[in-house]
Write a protein that binds this ligand. Structure first.
Ligand code: SF4
Length: 97
């Protein structure tokens, strides 16, 4: 069964979508085009995202969610959805290109 294409908020055109982006080396295979995004204008630093999806999001120096890599590995899709659905600020989006 196919995964739903979009969960959460739509991306903001041209705006920075996370406080830090960039893939780490040695990451597992990923689903092409599935990305996790954090809207820094909405994130207030509750920390649920990096508690629920520590392979995808980490805390920045102010406790806000920071995406570790923009592409979600296939074995992290459930964690990404859990993080997005549990963000109290609805700051997390999963977008399939
Ligand atoms: S759960 Fe939402 S509000 Fe909290 S740190 Fe993560 S993105 Fe920000």
């Amino acid at each position: 069964m196919a995964d739903p294409p979009v969960v959460g908020l739509p991306p903001v055109d041209g705006a920075p979508l996370s406080r830090r982006a960039g893939a780490k080396e040695g990451r597992p295979a990923s689903v092409p085009g599935m990305r996790i995004l954090i809207d820094p204008e909405r994130c207030t630093g509750h920390g649920r995202c990096y508690s629920l999806a520590p392979a995808l999001v980490e805390a920045d120096d102010q406790g806000h969610g920071s995406v570790i890599g923009s592409v979600v590995p296939d074995d992290q899709l459930a964690a990404a959805r859990t993080a997005a659905s549990n963000c109290p600020e609805q700051a997390i989006s999963l977008v399939e290109d």
